[in-house]
Every structure is written in C-alpha cells, then in structure tokens.
Ligand binder design. Structure first.
Ligand SMILES: [Zn+2]
Ligand SMILES: [Zn+2]
Length: 143
C-alpha cells in the first residue's frame, strides 16, 4: 500500500512499526499469563530477530496509550504485566507465587453507576484487583 509513495523512508518506518506492533499484539492475544515486557521481548525475537527490548517497551507504551493494551502494575512492585485490552475483567494476584489470573468482574460492579456523584461524569474502566492465595499455593499458605 505504501509502495507508490514518494516519501519512502518515512513510510517504510511506519510499516516496520506497524509490523512490530502486530507481532506484540499477537503475542498478547495468544498468552493468558499476562507476560512482562521481557517475556514479550523473548517471544517477539522468534519472529523479529532484530527487535530490541527498548522497541518492545516503546510499542507497549504506544499500544497502552491507544487503549489496545492494558498495563497491570503489581502492588508489591516488580515488573508491569501486559495483556490485550479486549475484555473487561478483574485480576486475582496470588501473594505467594506471581500468578495473575483473569476473573470475571462481578456483575454489580459492571453495572456500577455514580448517579449521586457529581464529580464524576463518565466511567471508562473499573480496575479491580483481588489479592490472595491461588489454589496451587493454598497448602503452603495454611502452614
Ligand atoms: Zn500462587
Ligand atoms: Zn487480565
């Protein structure tokens, strides 16, 4: 599509960026483990051997600002985790291992309105995080 443009350098750069973003989005769509940028970088290198970690970060920030990707910052610190932002759901964090699970947003929250709250005009996202022990760590937590 950009082949006939006279601004060749500029368009080639755009095409490359689009390809990198496509690869990163693909990785996020296929993964359900909420990978870190480093994990995405390792995956992306299988397809784009020359991609750098900085490029992955830049693309993730861009996609996040566009609303295509969600960044999840763990409360306890550590690396941000990323996911494709196509469904609204809540997150369960296991405090023992670093498991980060998708859980359905409680229906009561999904339909939450702030009718009496004059300071809020619209709600675009409800970001609910639940902490606890995952079933794999349950035994360890009891002892
Ligand atoms: Zn766990
Ligand atoms: Zn999620």
């Amino acid at each position: 599509m950009f082949r006939y443009s006279i601004h060749k350098g500029k368009c080639m750069k755009k095409t490359r960026n689009t390809r990198q973003r496509g690869v990163i989005l693909d990785i996020l769509k296929k993964s359900c483990s909420h990978p870190t940028a480093e994990m995405i970088y390792r995956e992306a290198r299988q397809v784009l051997p020359n991609i750098s970690l900085g490029t992955v970060y830049r693309n993730l920030n861009f996609l996040r600002d566009q609303g295509a990707v969600r960044e999840i910052r763990p409360n306890e610190g550590g690396s941000s985790r990323f996911e494709g932002a196509d469904t609204s759901h809540a997150h369960f964090h296991c405090v023992h291992c670093s498991a980060l699970l998708d859980i359905p947003l409680p229906a009561a929250l999904e339909n939450l309105r702030f009718k009496e709250e004059e300071r809020i005009s619209a709600v675009s996202l409800i970001d609910l995080h639940v902490m606890g022990s995952c079933s794999g760590c349950e035994g360890a937590a009891a002892t």
